[in-house]
Write a protein that binds this ligand. Structure first.
Ligand SMILES: C[S@@+](CC[C@H](N)C(=O)[O-])C[C@H]1O[C@@H](n2cnc3c(N)ncnc32)[C@H](O)[C@@H]1O
Length: 227
């Protein structure tokens, strides 16, 4: 679902850019480096996240997509020629991604799923295109933020089948993307890192078994705490 004027204002401002930057550096600290290969950002909006992903993770190729062609045009205007190096912008629906099965190293999505009517379908699609052991990095908010008495009058979101924390976590497990690390504010939203089941993945340069990534959560945290 495309944004209305009010939410365009909410996401297209310097505070949002700062927030997104801090979130991306949190993700980078948890995971370390990404392998080479294609990384995708879905629902890239005006392209601020794409710039920070490139800088933080030093990926060589980032595909940044959005359902709304106006957002892609805005990204093209916002990203200076230097920042655009390695970033390929295109229109795509998170529900129908133009990639073969198991081809991407990582997928990022900031504030996108709660805009998608069939959000489980979008997670299934992300799971389909990720390689085994690939990462899904995401930020999402819950209905108490975007569908309360005030925001439901000014923002535009799907009304049916909205997810709360447990719905999202359960769907991720069912779709083979269990959360490996999480930062959550109850009833507000969360930052999460899921790992696609069925392969190995690198964490801080060490190979880990990716078949049951949730099991590694404590290892992840302990290692970070040791630093
Ligand atoms: C809340 S904005 C977030 C934009 C940006 N990621 C950010 O964090 O500032 C949600 C974005 O998701 C896009 N979007 C909504 N539904 C989508 C879908 N089904 N597939 C891809 N993008 C979608 C919107 O056009 C919008 O740019």
């Amino acid at each position: 679902m495309k944004l209305n004027w009010a939410e365009r204002w909410v996401v297209n401002n310097p505070f949002r850019a700062l927030q997104q930057r801090m979130e991306i550096y949190w993700m980078k600290r948890r995971v370390g480096r990404l392998q080479g290969g294609i990384v995708l950002e879905v629902g890239c909006g005006r392209g601020v996240g794409a710039k920070f992903i490139m800088r933080a993770f030093r990926v060589s190729t980032l595909h940044a997509s959005d359902l709304d062609i106006n957002m892609i045009r805005k990204s093209k205007r916002n990203l200076a020629a230097m920042d655009r190096d390695g970033i390929f912008l295109h229109v795509a629906d998170a529900f129908r991604l133009p990639y073969r099965n198991a081809t991407l190293e990582a997928v990022f999505g900031f504030g996108v799923l709660h805009h998608v009517p069939d959000w489980r379908g979008a997670i299934a699609e992300i799971s389909r295109v990720l390689k085994a052991g690939g990462y899904y990095f995401f930020e999402e908010i819950y209905p108490s933020v975007y569908r309360n008495w005030i925001t439901s009058r000014i923002l535009l979101h799907p009304r049916e089948d909205r997810f709360e924390s447990h719905d999202l976590k359960q769907a991720l497990v069912e779709l083979e993307l269990p959360i490996g690390d999480i930062l959550e504010i109850p009833r507000v939203g969360l930052l999460g890192i899921s790992v696609r089941e069925g392969g190995s993945f690198l964490f801080n340069g060490e190979s880990q078994c990716g078949t049951e990534p949730a099991r590694h959560r404590h290892q992840w945290n302990e290692r970070q705490d040791d630093k």
